[in-house]
Structure formats: C-alpha cells, structure tokens
Design a protein around this ligand. Structure first.
Ligand code: NOJ
Length: 520
C-alpha cells in the first residue's frame, strides 16, 4: 500500500507533467503520431441509443423487458421524456455502422442490453435479442471496426431490482456472471474487448448516495431529489462492494473458460475527473489525493492491491464493507485494463469539517468539495470547459499509483445544447486539445491503448434527456426518418482519423449541410 508521502509525490509528478501542456496548448496532432495498435473510436450505450418500442406506448419490442433506466424515465424524471424511441439505433444499425466506417472509426464502443438478451435478468436467452446483437456485431466487424463491448451501462434489468434489490444484494453476482457467460459464449469469437460495468463509481453514488440516477435511493439530508428508499450513509459502499465482487467473478469466469481460446481482455470503467488542489496549501493538496482515493482508489485499489484505500477505511469505518481474505484474493488482479470516462479538470478544496458530522455519506467521508472550473455549472457539468485538458494528469496518476496498467479512454467529449449549430467549433477545439494531451501521455510512457469520443450520435442524454448532446452527428428528432447530420466535429475527427493533421481543420464551417473551407 502507498504511503501518504508516496501518494503526494505521485500527484505532484502528475501535475508537473500536465503544466507544460496547459501552457503550450496542443500542436498539430496526427493519427500517425500514435502507435498503429492504438485504437480511436466513438461510443454509445444501449439505453440511450436504441428504440425499445416501435411506436411509442406499444409493448416492448422483440421480447425486451424494462431496465431501471426505463422505470426512472417513465416515472417522469425527465419531464416525460424517455428513450423509448431515441435514435432508433435498434432498426438503423446498418446505416449507423456504415456512417462509422465512412467517418473512419477504428473502434466502436457499444453496450448490450441485459434485459433484451435475457429478459427479466435471469433465465432463458431471448432468441431475438441474440439475433440482434449477432447482427450488430457482425456488421461492425465486417466494416473492419473493433467492437468494444460493455456488459452493463447502468441499465440493470428492473426485474432483478424488484426481486432482490439489484446491486444491494449478493445475489446479483451469480446473475451477472450467468449473463456475462452468455455474452462471452455467443459473441466472444468476435469481441476481444469487454468491459463489465460503466462508471462503477458514479453508478454507486448517483444510484445510492444522492439519488440522482436509478435506482434512485438516498436518505435525508443527502438526496438531490426525493427518494422513496435508501440509506446514503451505507448503501453506496455496499453497492460498490457488490459491483467489485460481481466484476471480479466475471473476470475469473473469462479467464477460466474463454481466455485461452478467445484471447480477449476484460476491464472496468470508472468516471474520472482530473483533480488539482484548489490552492497550494497542504490541506488542499491532501484533499486532492483524497479525491483520487475516494473516486478512483475505491475501485482501483481493491483491483490492484486487494483492499480499499486506507483513508476510506478510516473515514467510513464500519460502514465500508470489509473484504474477507478470500474475497481480497479474488478481487486483486481481476482486471486486464482500466477504462476511464474523462471530461474535465476540477479543483479540490479541503472540507475536513464534514468529518465532524454525526451522519455522514460518501461525500462527507471524502471531506472535500469539487470546485468546478471555467465553463462548468455547479448543477451538473452543463458545459464542460474546453481548457485545461487533464487526460495526461489522470493517466500519469494511474501510471505512478497503480503500476501503469493498460488503460482506455472510453469517453471524452463536449456537451452542447442539442439544437445548437452544426458548426460546433468548441467541440472541435475540445477534442483537438484533449487528443494532443493524450499524445503527451503516450509519449510519457502511459500504457493507454485507445480513445473513444463520447458520443457518436446525439441521442438520449442521461443528464437531461434531449436537452443537450455530445454527438459528432446530430439526429433530427422531428424527422420521421431520424436523419443523422454530421457536425463540424464529425468532419474534423474523420480528417484526423484519415491521417490529416488536426490543426487546420477548425478553419472550415458547415452551411446548408455542406462543408465550406475558409477560402470559399
Ligand atoms: C457518462 C455516461 O457513461 C454516459 O452514458 C453519459 O451520456 C455521459 N457520461 C454524459 O453525461
């Protein structure tokens, strides 16, 4: 386990490496600057992308049952908006895969809907669900694109939530493993990159601490919206523990049964800010390390070292579940890569006084405040700032603190209002800066192996349904055909992927859906 001095050295070294990039900005970056084996792609998730009903209000199509996101949206959490139809990627997958290939994507990140493949979460496989995913994966592979598949992008089958409380119960471990077994057996001949869970850390916090996301558990005074049940002091930690046990059971299954013939790898995805101290005072510097321990170490420490970070054990005490010796052995090393969703850099301010509270949740135990920087709003990262790319910082941190494991950047992109212009120059600048920053990380020896923009299309956004989008392509929801339109960022990314430099690309614009160069 790392000493405090070593941890602080890590954070400082990482900061020092990031600083020159902040000052110099990104130079012209080319695809060829990265290794050939590096993969550049874009991504989506099942709930956000695929229509589940042919006609709104009709029964779920082709045997799918509800996930906890369906329940959440249908309870009116987005003012009536749902992903029932969304971008209709369920029916338009061929067109979309062609668009991916035309864009030049080398990889595509997709998630499987558990409740489509195995309705109700356990029991027999749904033949239509199986057929759909076989078709989708075949289409992706036949276009020369690598599928990177997530097993659960937060969309747990509602039936398992109802049956035993979903991630609150250890029963989930067997069901998740059985579901993963079906996926490995059916798709593992074509899928080499598997991720068990999307944003395990944020899922546990949103679902069980502040109640912002399904299954919408929380307890006063910690919820950001009314919750009908929950205990914010204990449940986030229990969910986190069960997520880790289920993840490691799936990794062990893959290694035992599939690895020798399929040769793939299985990782876990975490949400990662890059956290810099708010001031150079010691309390803030230590708080920035605490932020890394609580948000990243919560999952990374058990997977790499076999136990939670000391500071979590100290501050959460008996509310943090303990690994038995056997569990710790099973969890330690159960990871082939760590994937990060990274959007922005934040400042971290010490707030140790929260440790004096009688009732505490995760945030009070972590005892710091995130101070959002330029362009961000306190409510929910409404506009991701496009300066201060922190990819190098966070990758360097994993290199120093966790022995440089293989890493993927699964999500990175800019949120803009949904019906804004196709001339998304701010997104182009954002991607250009972050990809430049990524190159610096690669040159400094980070073991990062791939980068995926979030997202390919503007579909249903978890933060605000159809209010905003991260897509390279705009989808016209008022058009019956749900036509897709490239934004400037799609052209820019495509140019980059096809070997043209990145710098010049921001000088053109889109008019009447045509790209005009600055000379025109
Ligand atoms: C992370 C989630 O994985 C993704 O589903 C979501 O759309 C983005 N963040 C943006 O909020």
């Amino acid at each position: 386990m790392m000493t405090l001095a070593k941890q602080l050295r890590c954070i400082f070294t990482a900061m020092m490496l990031v600083l020159p990039v902040l000052i110099s900005g990104a130079d012209d970056v080319r695809r060829t600057d990265f290794p050939d084996t590096f993969v550049f792609g874009s991504g989506s998730s099942a709930y956000q992308w695929f229509a589940w009903r042919k006609v709104e209000g009709a029964a779920f199509e082709d045997g799918r049952t509800a996930s906890i996101w369906d329940t959440f949206a249908h309870a009116g959490e987005y003012g009536g908006a749902t992903a029932d139809v969304s971008c209709d990627a369920y029916h338009k997958y061929k067109e979309d895969v062609k668009l991916m290939a035309d864009t030049g994507l080398e990889g595509y990140r997709v998630s499987i809907s558990w409740s489509r493949l195995i309705p109700n979460g356990r029991g027999p496989v749904n033949p239509k669900g199986l057929q759909y995913y076989n078709n989708l994966i075949n289409e992706i592979v036949s276009h020369g694109i690598q599928p990177h598949v997530t097993l659960c992008h937060s969309d747990l089958p509602q039936a398992l939530e109802d049956k035993y409380g979903g991630w609150m119960s250890r029963e989930i471990i067997d069901d998740f493993t059985a579901y993963a077994d079906v996926c490995f057996k059916e798709f593992g001949d074509r899928v080499l990159h598997w991720t068990t869970l999307n944003e395990a850390n944020v899922f546990a916090l949103g679902g069980y601490d502040n109640g912002m996301t399904p299954p919408n558990h929380c307890s006063p005074p910690f919820g950001v919206r009314p919750c009908s049940m929950g205990n914010s002091s204990t449940e986030p930690y229990i969910a986190g523990h069960n997520l880790l046990l289920a993840h490691s059971a799936v990794v062990r299954l893959y290694r035992r049964k599939y690895k020798s013939t399929q040769h793939g790898s299985v990782g876990l995805n975490l949400f990662a800010f890059w956290s810099l101290p708010y001031t150079n005072q010691t309390a803030d510097i230590i708080a920035a390390q605490r932020a890394n321990d609580f948000y990243l170490g919560w999952f990374a420490n058990p997977l790499i070292f076999g136990d939670y970070p000391d500071i979590m054990k100290k501050n959460a005490g008996s509310r943090l579940p303990k690994f038995t010796r056997q569990e710790s052995k099973k969890v330690k090393g159960a990871i082939d890569f760590i994937a990060l969703n990274h959007y922005m850099t934040v400042r971290v301010k010490d707030s140790s006084s929260s440790l004096e509270n009688d009732i505490r949740d995760f945030s009070a135990d972590a005892a710091f405040q995130f101070i959002l920087t330029q362009g961000a709003t306190p409510s929910g990262l409404a506009e991701y700032p496009r300066t201060e790319p922190g990819l190098q910082g966070v990758l360097e941190y994993f290199k120093q603190a966790y022995g440089n494991p293989p890493m993927y950047i699964h999500e990175n992109g800019q949120m803009t209002p949904r019906n804004a212009t196709l001339n998304d120059t701010t997104r182009v600048e954002y991607l250009q800066a972050y990809i430049g920053n990524l190159l610096d990380a690669v040159r400094n020896g980070s073991n990062v192996k791939g980068y995926f923009t979030w997202s390919f299309l503007d579909c249903f956004e978890l933060l605000d349904a159809y209010g905003s989008g991260f897509g390279l392509y705009y989808v016209d929801l008022d058009d019956k055909e749900l036509r897709r339109y490239p934004k400037l960022s799609a052209h820019w990314y495509s140019n980059f992927l096809k070997g043209k430099g990145s710098k010049h690309s921001a000088v053109y614009k889109i008019e009447d859906n045509k790209v005009l160069h600055s000379s025109q």
